[in-house]
Design a protein around this ligand. Structure first.
Ligand code: NAD
Ligand code: DAO
Ligand code: ZN
Length: 369
């Protein structure tokens, strides 16, 4: 079938709006009509060429929501008409990783997903004679896409696509980092570095679990009002701090953060996030994705004296199990997604979404199909 898509032809180039060919779903695959998709910093990271796994030409996008149109042979858990959120971390429930109970990093289709292909090693998208790569198993910058069954979370039908699409990445990543990875407890002091789509969700989850101080750190003061609305109790702009940021944060928290979260992808900030943690028990969670080849460093004595460094992907969430619950939290008014959608636009304007992100003017732009 012919579908409308934003194609990333090469690193560093704007996306081009094209009519591309999409083959129907094969065994274990599902054809989804994408109704809305967010534009995340990670799409920009891949488009920039900094992503070592980035492949071109490709159809990017990993923060979508839509409706099942057709299922391929052997698909059992979904049927046409079901509402779904595509998952860049699948949940097969049968691989060693899924069964371990220790991680959300299902590995059953990791190799082919990383190669931009469906699990049987081929692509469903093409433009003329040119095959196009899938992206993160989702490729939501198209009005129709094919996704493996194990990479789709079935959600309730009354949830608005143009809001719950953000549960496909930013919302779940930030909230899951607090609840699943750090397991922040009531009364904890939390420092959040970076108040974009991820950091703001860390903040609202910290409030949800009853954190005490929720300190947001960002170079852009325009991020302050929304962060305060979502639960930030203190704002720190590193440019306005006299002296080093780490001792300033240790003083502010009277000994250091119980939990810190790096939501930027900056390796210097990752070090600050670890070192502002409380001696003996403070835990720092890396969420941001750093550029290819970059490395983190600290003095090992920071770890010897009890600080803990952790990382998290998709907030440690098992998508098919946890995403429908997060949709319920939104529908029950427990979490705010509406405030995070700062801009909406049609697919034709998707390059504006990247410009707004780079200028620091958006939290999330949502493309409505
Ligand atoms: P964003 O660009 O919307 O937000 C980043 C924020 O950091 C901005 O507000 C910016 O002003 C601030 N900032 C930049 N440099 C800073 C500095 N030196 N000190 C303080 N603040 C600074 O990005 P986002 O969409 O929120 O994503 C954040 C990061 O999380 C990205 O690296 C993204 O790739 C990553 N990410 C990770 C996962 C995961 O599963 N681990 C999932 C999604 C996104
Ligand atoms: O299993 O090896 C693996 C990788 C799983 C994908 C994790 C990606 C998380 C970070 C990228 C942010 C995506 C928006
Ligand atoms: Zn698995």
């Amino acid at each position: 079938m012919k579908v409308k898509a934003a194609v990333a032809q090469a690193a560093g180039q704007p996306l081009s709006i094209e009519t591309v060919d999409l083959e129907g779903p094969q065994a274990g695959e599902v054809l989804v009509e994408i109704k809305a998709t967010g534009v995340c910093h990670t799409d920009a990271y891949t488009l920039s060429g900094a992503d070592p796994e980035g492949l071109f030409p490709a159809i990017l996008g990993h923060e979508g929501a839509g409706v099942v149109v057709e299922v391929g042979p052997e698909v059992k858990s979904l049927k046409p008409g079901d509402h779904v959120i595509p998952l860049y971390v699948p949940e097969c429930r049968t691989c060693e990783y899924c069964l371990s109970g220790k991680t959300n990093l299902c590995q059953s289709i990791r190799v082919t997903q990383g190669k931009g292909l469906m699990p049987n090693g081929s692509s469903r998208f093409s433009l003329g004679s040119q095959s196009l790569f899938h992206y993160m198993g989702t490729s939501t910058f198209a009005n129709y896409t094919v996704v493996p069954e194990i990479s789709l979370a079935k959600i309730r039908k009354d949830a608005p696509f143009d809001k719950v699409c953000l549960i496909g990445c930013g919302v779940t990543t930030g909230i899951g980092a607090v609840i699943n990875t750090a397991k922040v407890e009531p009364g904890a002091n939390v420092v959040v570095f970076g108040l974009g789509g991820i950091g703001l969700n860390v903040i609202q989850a910290a409030r949800l679990v009853g954190a005490n101080m929720i300190i947001g750190v960002d170079l852009n003061p325009a991020k302050r009002p929304l962060a305060e609305k979502l639960g930030m109790t203190h704002f720190v702009n590193p440019k306005e701090v006299e002296g080093d940021l780490v001792p300033y944060l240790v003083d502010l928290t009277k000994g250091g953060a119980d939990y810190s979260f790096e939501c930027i992808g900056n390796v210097e900030v990752m070090r600050q996030a670890l070192e502002c943690c409380h001696k003996g028990w403070g835990e720092s969670i890396i969420i941001g994705v750093a550029g290819a080849g970059q490395e983190i460093s600290t003095r090992p004595f920071q770890l010897v004296t009890g600080r803990v460094w952790k990382g998290t992907a998709f907030g440690g969430a098992k998508g098919r199990t946890d995403v429908p619950k997060i949709v319920d939290w939104y529908m029950d008014g427990k979490i705010d997604i509406d405030s995070l959608v700062t801009h909406t636009m049609p697919l034709e304007k998707i390059n504006d979404a990247f410009d707004l992100m780079h200028k620091g003017e958006s939290i999330r732009s949502v493309i409505n199909f």
